[in-house]
Design a protein around this ligand. Structure first.
Ligand code: F6P
Length: 492
């Protein structure tokens, strides 16, 4: 098989013990590189002064990890700015939070162009390139402009909202269509995929026969769905072992026989943490028999802490936990344990198994691997119950979960009461149903499925055999992105 070049903003290097902070994207990509030889390129995680950026290559188990630094300016404009203050809220249906500036867009394009320049130094004609997530939407275009005709795939780990929301991005018509330079775009859910298909058809007027294969610049663009899964075998083993670890025993002992509800999320407004705490409070009010009999553990590592919305979230979540504990707590019972720490996934696995209920209620989420990992971690003979937002991508596969609308706080409280009292037979039935689906979509096959589809992506060109090339539209974004790293250019 051809060499694989994976590109993403974050790179997780096994030898550095990056497991601890790894999010869903890094976990998934590590599995891909376990199976396929190649290189993983991205940001080193370091921010340095202008002129001091270096690119470093590390070899681990026959895989190359190539990382490059960002300057202060890059970090502000590309990462904190356009990626996380504009694209992240828009992709999570929160256009009200997007803070667009031309300066950030220019910085975003500059870093994408810089990544393309670095990849240009190592790419060979047969390499398959697989780019990940919203930080790198324009990367294929920047590579094509350097003459690379390689197969290039893209996978979006976040949701993709309807065209009505995408068009709220100023100059969206110059930005999102850059995705058409990929050969294959993968999404987490059917909804995300259909939303983008409709955007391409209605806003970009790209010809398509089936709303899955489009024609652009004489190439075909394929859209498809590849929900990210989990390594069911490995995670199940971690949970079994983890429940006996000193850490899990300490946590369990500290509960003094009470039931535990668990939530684990990066601190982010898309995760619905405040409403979730309020739902737990409603449970204590509506079902007072649970007072002093259940503890809710919310583990929430801080994230993107230079961005205003995240600083405000941090204060709001702490204040909400403090208020609820002050109002309902007892001298010997703290209802909510709120912890801003990162734990290794193997340690979390043991805690998931101890928790009677998993509470995963994002307002919008691409997939949410915590939901899947909670199910996989359960003891099949006495499983806990997952309360899951219908707006998480995982809802399509976690058949046995109690699905809730996270905006309906009373309904989430009722779902929690139901989860805590569910009879064993029903818990087992629901757990088995979810496990069947999760096993059939194991992460170990995810990369293969995408790469096989990427390898044959252009065979779909035959669909357009009778379409005159002159009838094809030229998109606004189909112009060079001129953004030298040192310079500062706008899109116009
Ligand atoms: O899946 C969304 C995502 O942005 C990933 O790209 C990233 O690895 C993860 O969330 C964590 O976010 P950040 O890299 O901004 O800490």
């Amino acid at each position: 098989m051809a060499r694989l070049i994976v590109v993403s903003n974050r790179v997780s290097i096994p030898a550095r013990g990056d497991d601890r902070r790894a999010g869903g994207l890094e976990v998934a990509l590590r599995e891909v590189l376990r199976k396929h030889a190649g290189a993983w390129f991205g940001w080193s995680g370091h921010v340095v002064s202008a002129g001091e950026t270096t690119t470093t290559q590390l070899e681990v188990d026959g895989r190359s990890y190539i990382t490059t630094d960002l300057t202060e300016e890059d970090f502000e404009e590309y990462y904190n700015g356009f990626a996380n203050r504009v694209l992240w809220p828009i992709l999570h249906y929160r256009m009200d939070l997007a803070e667009y500036s031309r300066r950030d867009l220019t910085g975003f394009l500059r870093v994408n162009d810089y990544f393309a320049q670095e990849i240009h130094k190592i790419i060979e004609p047969d390499d398959l390139v697989w780019v990940h997530d919203y930080h790198l939407i324009p990367l294929a275009k920047a590579l094509r402009e350097r003459g690379h005709a390689n197969r290039i795939g893209f996978f979006l780990h976040t949701p993709l909202p309807p065209a009505e929301i995408l068009t709220a991005l100023p100059r969206h018509e110059r930005f999102f269509p850059a995705l058409a330079h990929y050969d294959l775009i993968g999404f987490q859910t059917e909804t995300d995929c259909s939303n983008f298909a409709r955007y391409l058809a209605t806003e970009c007027k790209l010809p398509s026969r089936d709303l899955r294969t489009f024609l652009f610049n004489g190439r075909s663009l394929q859209l498809s769905v590849f929900p990210v899964g989990v390594n069911t075998e490995e995670f199940g083993q971690w949970a079994e072992r983890g429940q006996r670890s000193a850490f899990a025993r300490r946590v369990s002992g500290s509960l003094s026989g009470r039931e535990m509800i668990i939530g684990v999320d990066r601190l982010d407004y898309s995760k619905g943490i405040v409403s979730r705490m309020e739902a737990f409070e409603r449970l204590l009010i509506a079902s007072p028999e649970w007072r002093n009999r259940v503890t809710y553990l919310q583990i929430t590592p801080r994230s993107r802490s230079r961005i205003r919305e995240y600083i405000e979230m941090d204060q709001l979540v702490s204040a909400t936990a403090g208020r609820i504990n002050g109002r309902h707590g007892e001298a010997d019972w703290t209802p909510i344990r709120y912890v801003n720490r990162t734990y290794a996934r193997s340690a979390l696995a043991g805690l998931y198994r101890r928790a009677r209920a998993g509470l995963v209620t994002p307002l919008r989420d691409g997939m949410n691997l915590v939901a899947k990992e909670y199910i996989v971690a359960q003891n099949p003979d006495d499983p806990g119950v997952l309360v899951l937002s219908r707006f998480a991508g995982a809802a399509a596969e976690c058949e046995g979960a109690i699905l809730v609308n996270p905006y309906d706080i009373d309904a989430v409280a009722e779902a929690l009461a139901f989860a805590l009292t569910m009879p064993l037979e029903e818990r087992k039935k629901r757990h088995a149903a979810s496990m069947r689906r999760l096993r059939s979509n194991d992460i170990r096959d995810w990369g293969d499925r995408f790469l096989e589809a990427l390898a044959v992506a252009d065979q779909e060109m035959s669909l357009f055999a009778n379409l005159p090339q002159s009838s094809l539209p030229r998109m606004a974004s189909d112009r060079p992105i001129a953004t030298a790293r040192a310079g500062s250019h706008s899109l116009t």
